[in-house]
Design a protein around this ligand. Structure first.
Ligand code: UD1
Length: 420
């Protein structure tokens, strides 16, 4: 079992340059989109994280062959071998549900295990299912598996009841090969959705309204190969910005998209962090001695991302005053708080709100990671907690961060991965 060990201290000042990896949430749909063509697709700047290997295992089972060289992936699904996504893989990673739309569109049938419960609250897939039904699929549920069938999908108008990133992506992919036009309303506008649309357009899809709430797709009979570069990970970037803010650091982020981080930058500036946008792909963050408390509410893009909530809670433990952090996207996404309490943070949870009272001195302890972003928040807390912090169950961290400990070490942190 691997753990992360951090020797933290209040006087740590992170300093230096860090290169941001490709976005996990952009590469996963890009990989499943390759199910829509029999030709080869090349994806550049992919992050080498566990979720990518998990989706590739699933893709192989479905019939893909692939090859990774450094951070480039060549993948081809000449023929779909079996349109079935097994429980072990869906369970390991919820985003595996992103095979549903493209499999159905290309093969006429898809059988995918229901994802079930998840550490960050109930995460249903009803909106994916309703959308596919509107495109003409018949859906049945047996033995924990959903089977979607349609000889040919037919375009339709679908309005999402609630914004869903994965649901938007699944429906866009399915509609690319449907007969006629599909109009999707109330779509998620996350940069990862737009990046998927850009890839699909390169593959020959006819999509209008990229990045907007209404997306129109004119179905085509087939898609072809393409080369596409994965956008930088805005959540990894945000995590390093918070690391700089917490440690009065001076960190330059390279290969980043500042325009994807507007809300996070605004909140950091309010907290006192100096953020300089150096150019279209680099940012500098200089932390200040005094951190200002503030209220934050998570919401769909371009709002404040739920995936940055845990990291900002750590920052607010070091602010003078009380902050109210409201989580509106996922219920029960506060599991990191119990662990932060063990480090000495003063946080109360009331419904969907975390009330963070600062400033508290944190002291290192043994902790366990409960989900991906929760683990990142524990790493951040460990950097400024006095003494030793151990983080167990770091497989969550490895799902989405590429060499986080090496990157932090290069900035001056005392952090290492240990085997027990
Ligand atoms: C994606 C991201 C995840 C991020 C989340 C919200 C990926 C691989 N993961 O997850 O990192 O935290 O967006 O920004 O891109 N919902 C339903 N019914 C559905 C689908 C969703 O009720 O059919 C609800 C969910 O329970 C949640 C909300 O809608 O409350 C948003 O979920 P969604 O945007 O679908 O998240 P994911 O795509 O799973």
């Amino acid at each position: 079992m691997e753990k992360i060990r951090i020797f933290g201290n209040q006087n740590l000042r992170l300093k230096g340059k860090v290169r941001i990896s490709g976005a996990k949430n952009a590469v996963l749909p890009a990989i499943t989109a390759t199910l829509l063509t029999q030709e080869k697709v090349r994806l550049k700047n992919i992050p080498l994280v566990k979720d990518v290997y998990t989706i590739l295992t699933l893709m192989k089972e479905l019939g893909a062959s692939y090859n990774i060289k450094k951070n480039s992936l060549s993948i081809q699904v000449k023929k779909i071998q079996s349109p079935q996504a097994p429980y072990e893989l869906i369970q390991a990673m919820r985003a595996s549900i992103l095979v549903l739309g493209p499999l159905l569109a290309r093969f006429g049938k898809a059988t995918v295990a229901l994802p079930g419960g998840c550490a960050i609250g109930s995460r249903p897939i009803d909106l994916h299912i309703h959308g596919l039904e509107k495109l003409g699929a018949s859906i049945s549920l047996k033995h924990g598996y959903i089977t979607a069938e349609a000889k040919k999908l037919h375009g339709n108008e679908i309005e999402f009841e609630k914004k869903t990133v994965g649901g938007t992506e699944n429906l866009i992919m399915a509609a690319c090969l449907a007969l006629g036009e599909t109009v999707l309303k109330n779509c998620s506008q996350e940069p990862e959705v737009t990046s998927l649309c850009e890839l699909l357009v390169k593959m020959g899809a006819r999509i209008d309204g990229l990045g907007e709430e209404t997306i129109r797709i004119k179905g085509v009979s087939e898609l072809g190969g393409a080369t596409h570069e994965i956008i930088p990970d805005r959540i990894e970037a945000g995590t390093f910005l918070v690391a700089s803010a917490l440690t009065q650091g001076d960190i330059v982020l390279t290969r980043v998209r500042p325009d994807h981080l507007d809300t996070v930058i605004e909140k950091l500036r309010y907290s006192g962090t100096q953020i300089e946008i150096l150019n279209s792909s680099s940012l500098r963050a200089i932390g200040s001695k005094e951190i200002r408390s503030q209220d934050i509410t998570t919401s769909p893009y371009p709002g404040f991302p739920t995936d940055m909530q845990a990291q900002f809670i750590v920052l607010m433990t070091q602010a003078s005053g009380t902050s109210f952090i409201t989580e509106t996207i996922f219920d029960r996404r506060f599991s990191h708080i119990n662990e932060l309490l063990r480090l000495g943070a003063n946080i109360e949870v009331s419904g969907d709100k975390a009330i963070v009272k600062g400033k508290t001195l944190l002291s290192g302890a043994e902790t366990r990671a409960t989900d991906l972003r929760a683990s990142a928040s524990l790493v951040l807390a460990g950097l400024i907690a006095s003494g030793r912090t151990i983080i167990n169950e770091i497989e969550h961290l490895d799902r989405g961060y590429e060499r986080l400990e090496d990157k932090l070490k290069s900035l001056g942190a005392k952090i290492e991965r240990i085997k027990t």
